[in-house]
Every structure is written in structure tokens, then in C-alpha cells.
Ligand binder design. Structure first.
Ligand SMILES: Nc1ncnc2c1ncn2[C@@H]1O[C@H](COP(=O)(O)OP(=O)(O)O)[C@@H](O)[C@H]1O
Ligand SMILES: [Mg+2]
Length: 315
């Protein structure tokens, strides 16, 4: 099945995307100068050396239907605008990576998706975000339930100061998802298994979650998110505090979870974006510059700024 995804204002060009001239390929795009930092005609010519970074993104794979549709989302903190008119479609059963230099608005946009910006008093969000066609900012949406449905994992693992078992059981209990102790035990085990942690903790479920290693804690909070049967999992630089082995485990897990969830991951590692994602969105200075299949973004981006970032000219 063919989905017409990401046909938002940032997806310039029409018709067959393979016909669109792209940076880094053999055809140069028409010179553009549509912003203060916009690419200009006399910017550096791409050469073979800049034709693409030495990253090997995975080949394009079929994507799920659109899960989240954002239109003209802007965020102000006080009178400072951090995000400008972001429109993007995020497919289900897919990992979408948000990349871009520090401070470009990746976390700010991620927090719009489960209304975490509601918790920041100075933040004001405008525009529309739909999940399965429903306006997440509607008054009828309970942000607490939304955040269960759209789980979030942060850079620093944040287990509750409770046992491993209680960390995972907490959500199902407060949301009344289980009917008996045996039922809850089952959910805890299933969630820990899905997070790839069960074998490591089965014999110490009642030890503190905070006693686990960083990588285990990160899988624990993923198990905690999974336990309430979310549909979307947002991850904000989930591996930046982890060593390479723990990182590899989380990446493997993300790849497995993709079969069932819509996953968005913010990462400052382009290698990680190339490894784990099927879609990539590049942010710069509060704007979404370009979205596309990860393979295209990393080998043949449309926009000069994307090329400059992925080839390490700034960031
Ligand atoms: N709670 C906040 N209050 C005020 N400004 C913020 C807040 N969070 C982020 N910002 C500002 O918004 C911009 C985007 O930040 P952020 O979304 O954290 O970027 P990124 O995740 O891409 O590094 C930055 O200029 C940052 O300083
Ligand atoms: Mg951030």
C-alpha cells in the first residue's frame, strides 16, 4: 500500500519524488534564498566529498499510515518564539528521527506531541496536532491520558524511587488496566520482556529500579511506558547518557518496538538516526527544514542546510 505521507509545506516539489532535483545527487536544485540562513546560489558546490556522509542508512521500507499530523505548530516561551510553523506527518509503525543542531527546537516540538509543554508555564503552543484525526489540544482530551497513550523517554533514565516491579506496575494500576494481582504480574512480566529486560531482572523484581545500570534503567522506563499500552513512544536523546553497548541494546529494542508503535526519537547522533529510523526530519533554528525517508535525507537531501548539517559543516 502506498501512503501519501509527509506531503506538508516543507515537502516542496510535486509528483514523483524521485523526479525532484536533490542536493548531493547529480542535479543541483534551483538556488534558493528564502530565509536569513537560506541556501544561496553561491554556496559551496557539492563535490564528491560532500555527496553524502559515510553513513549507511537502511534501505527504504514500507511505512505505516499517518499516526500524527501536525500543522503550523509554533511555540513561544514568553515572547521568544522557539518553533515556527512546523507541519509534518508522522507515520505509524515507523521510527522517525528528529535531527538538528542543539537549540533548534527538537525537544520543544516533541513535547507538543503529548502536551508536555502544558507543564511549562511560559510555553504557548499554537497550530494543530492530530493523533488518529483527533485534536490532541482539544479541551476534551485529558493530558494525563494522552501522556499514557503517547509515552515519553528522556535522556536521563528516570525510574521512580520504587522497586523494578512497582515502576512497571504503577501506570497499569493508576489507570485501572488490570483486575487482579495475577493480571498485574502478567503485565509487568510482559512489559519487561518487551523491553528486553526480563531476563536480567526476573530474580530481583523487588529491588530498587534506581539500582540498575544506566542502560537497564532506560529499558525499565521503556517497560514502564509500554505497560500502559501506548500507541506512540517519544524518545528524547534516549542514549546520550549510555555507553555504546547499552546504546546498541536500546537501538535493537527500538527496532523491535517499531513493529507495534509509532516511535519518534530525537538524536544528536546522525549515525544513530541512520541506523534506527526510516523517516528523518531535520530541524534548524526553530524550523522544520526537510523531512524524508532517512535514506534520502542522508544520501541526497533536498536542502542545502540539511546537506551542510549531515556533512558536519555546522552543528
Ligand atoms: N522551558 C523553556 N523556557 C524557555 N526557553 C526554552 C525552554 N525550553 C527550550 N527553550 C528554548 O527554545 C529553543 C529550542 O530548545 P529545545 O527545544 O530544547 O531545542 P533542542 O531540543 O533542539 O536542543 C532554545 O532556544 C531553548 O533555549
Ligand atoms: Mg533537546
Amino acid at each position: 500500500m502506498k501512503f501519501n505521507i509527509f506531503r506538508s509545506h516543507d515537502d516542496r516539489g510535486s509528483g514523483d519524488p524521485t523526479q525532484t532535483p536533490r542536493m548531493g545527487g547529480h542535479v543541483l536544485p534551483a538556488a534558493r534564498s528564502d530565509g536569513p540562513d537560506g541556501p544561496t546560489a553561491d554556496a559551496v558546490e557539492p563535490t564528491d566529498a560532500t555527496a553524502g556522509p559515510a553513513l549507511q542508512p537502511r534501505p527504504a521500507e514500507p511505512l505505516g499510515p499517518i499516526k500524527i499530523r501536525a500543522r503550523d505548530v509554533s511555540v513561544h516561551y514568553g515572547d521568544k518564539q522557539a518553533l515556527h510553523d512546523v507541519s509534518v506527518d508522522i507515520p505509524d509503525k515507523t521510527v522517525t528521527a528528529f535531527i538538528g543542531p542543539s537549540g533548534c527546537g527538537k525537544s520543544t516540538f516533541l513535547r507538543c506531541l503529548n502536551r508536555m509543554n502544558d507543564t511549562i508555564p511560559s510555553a504557548r503552543v499554537t497550530g494543530r496536532i492530530e493523533m488518529d484525526g483527533q485534536d490532541v489540544n482539544s479541551k476534551s482530551v485529558d493530558p494525563v491520558l494522552l501522556r499514557a497513550q503517547v509515552g515519553m523517554v528522556f535522556q536521563k533514565p528516570n525510574p521512580f524511587p520504587k522497586s523494578i516491579y512497582e515502576n512497571v506496575a504503577y501506570g497499569p494500576r493508576i489507570h485501572g488496566l488490570t483486575t487482579s494481582k495475577a493480571d498485574l504480574d502478567g503485565v509487568v512480566e510482559k512489559s519487561l520482556r518487551r523491553a528486553g529486560l526480563w531476563d536480567e531482572v526476573a530474580d530481583r523484581l523487588h529491588s530498587p529500579g534506581t539500582g540498575l545500570s544506566g542502560g537497564q534503567q532506560q529499558r525499565l522506563v521503556i517497560a514502564r511506558a509500554i505497560a500502559v499500552e501506548p500507541e506512540v513512544i517519544l524518545m528524547d536523546e534516549p542514549c546520550s547518557a549510555l555507553d555504546p553497548i547499552a546504546t546498541a541494546k536500546i537501538e535493537e529494542l527500538i527496532d523491535e518496538l517499531r513493529e507495534q508503535y509509532c516511535i519518534v526519537i530525537v538524536t544528536h547522533s546522525m549515525a544513530q538516526a541512520a541506523r534506527v529510523s526510516q523517516r528523518t526530519a531535520f530541524f534548524h533554528m526553530g524550523r522544520l527544514v526537510e523531512t524524508g525517508n532517512t535514506e534520502e535525507i542522508f544520501t541526497n537531501p533536498r536542502e542545502r542546510r540539511t546537506l551542510d548539517y549531515i556533512t558536519g559543516r555546522f552543528g
